[in-house]
Design a protein around this ligand. Structure first.
Ligand code: H2U
Ligand code: ZN
Length: 360
């Protein structure tokens, strides 16, 4: 069957980063929806909220008080999932069954919270490019600083946005969790990138970006140093993969021009996301970059994944349940349709457009 026809019919696509398959069912996109609707837009927040744990000068849940910060502010999570080790100790390992069925290991690390802005009512989409650039600077600084700890092998930078993603606070913030071992997702990507480099003497994501640049159909937006596209193997309806154009392994290698280009593409992409359903768009986003395990990692290519949960409107989300939980991921609208939708959105943020429109 010709590939174009194949894409009208149920088919599966391979994710070379995780080596998983995703089932694509383009014909199901029009099915009716009588299920759960998410609550639509809540009232816009104020620039300062006296009850917010993250606003400048306020007391946090753990009892500490935030300083009167003026740009990006980082603190150690008061309810950290990982704890640092004070001196160089080997991880403790145990196998209660002696046959590998009841294995456990101690895991050290650190967790930080990063307030992107002192303004409670902003998001990355509404911040200026220089303001986002200072967020990028702190990401790079934290990656280097935390990664230089002898017991940290991986630094995971991420942002959970919106109540629908389980985010506890609307104040613009992200998190950094850093582990003694490489967690599942980056470990899978590391194995795939390494095998590809060993087998082809080329970088998996450099080759992939070249294909996508030629094809154009899944590209959403690009600038001098970064490209944002809906990957061929996307699972979430409006999933985006953000790639550096140069082969760099981590944020420490970003020069000032690349940092502002990263800030620029962040703003362009998150504005388009907000414009899609004219709401402050929820997602989980995170960077994947070289482990900090003191090994050389020529296979690693810096990138970020955006996983937004919404499907057809501000109130209809994609549920990863049933077949997805028990068998594998499945999607209805094709990555090509999702990319075209995002690409063709108005590049000006809807809230700014509303301000400019004359009121009747
Ligand atoms: P989410 O918005 O994704 O829920 O993350 C907020 C994090 O902030 C969460 O991990 C931490 C929580 O532990 N936090 C503090 O460290 N101190 C506080 O006073 C409130 C929240
Ligand atoms: Zn706040």
């Amino acid at each position: 069957m010709e590939l174009r026809n194949l894409y009208q019919e149920p088919h599966r696509r391979f994710n070379p980063l995780t080596r998983d398959w995703v089932l694509v069912s383009p014909h199901r996109a029009e099915r009716p929806w009588q299920g759960h609707l998410e609550a639509a837009v809540s009232a816009p927040p104020l620039p300062y909220d006296p009850n917010c744990y993250l606003c400048p000068g306020n007391e946090r849940a753990g009892g500490a008080r935030n300083p009167q910060y003026h740009s990006t502010f980082v603190f150690t999570n008061d309810f950290a999932a990982l704890k640092p080790v004070q001196f160089d100790v080997q991880p403790a390992r145990q196998d209660d069954s002696r046959r590998g069925l009841l294995r456990s290991e101690s895991e050290a690390g650190t967790c930080k919270v990063m307030c992107f802005s002192p303004r409670h009512d902003l998001t990355l989409a509404r911040m200026t490019v220089p303001e986002i650039t200072s967020v990028v600077d702190i990401w790079a600084e934290q990656y280097a600083e935390i990664g230089s700890l002898p017991y940290i092998d991986y630094v995971q930078i991420f942002e959970n946005r919106g109540e629908i993603m389980g985010c506890s606070n609307p104040h613009p913030h992200g998190q950094i969790w850093a582990n003694q071992t490489i967690p599942n997702e980056p470990r899978k990507e590391q194995e795939s990138q390494k095998a590809y480099l060993d087998g082809t003497h080329a970088c998996l994501l450099c080759d992939y970006l070249q294909l996508e640049t030629q094809a154009g159909i899944r590209m959403v937006i690009e600038n001098a140093h970064f490209a944002a596209l809906v990957p061929f193997w996307a699972v979430w309806p409006f999933e985006v993969l953000l790639l550096s154009k140069l082969h760099i392994g981590h944020m420490g290698s970003l020069d000032p021009a690349m940092r502002s280009a990263l800030a620029d593409i962040f703003k362009q992409l998150t504005m388009r996301y907000d414009n899609l359903f004219e709401i402050s768009f929820p997602y989980s986003m995170g960077f994947h970059q070289s482990p900090t395990d003191s090994q050389a990692h020529p296979e690693w290519h810096l990138h970020a994944h955006f996983y937004p949960p919404l499907l057809r409107s501000a109130t209809v989300r994609k549920f990863m349940v049933g077949y997805e939980m028990l068998a594998g991921p499945q999607r209805d609208i094709t990555p090509e349709t999702a990319a075209a939708t995002l690409r063709n959105l108005n590049p000006i943020h809807y809230a700014e457009r509303r301000l400019r429109e004359p009121t009747l």
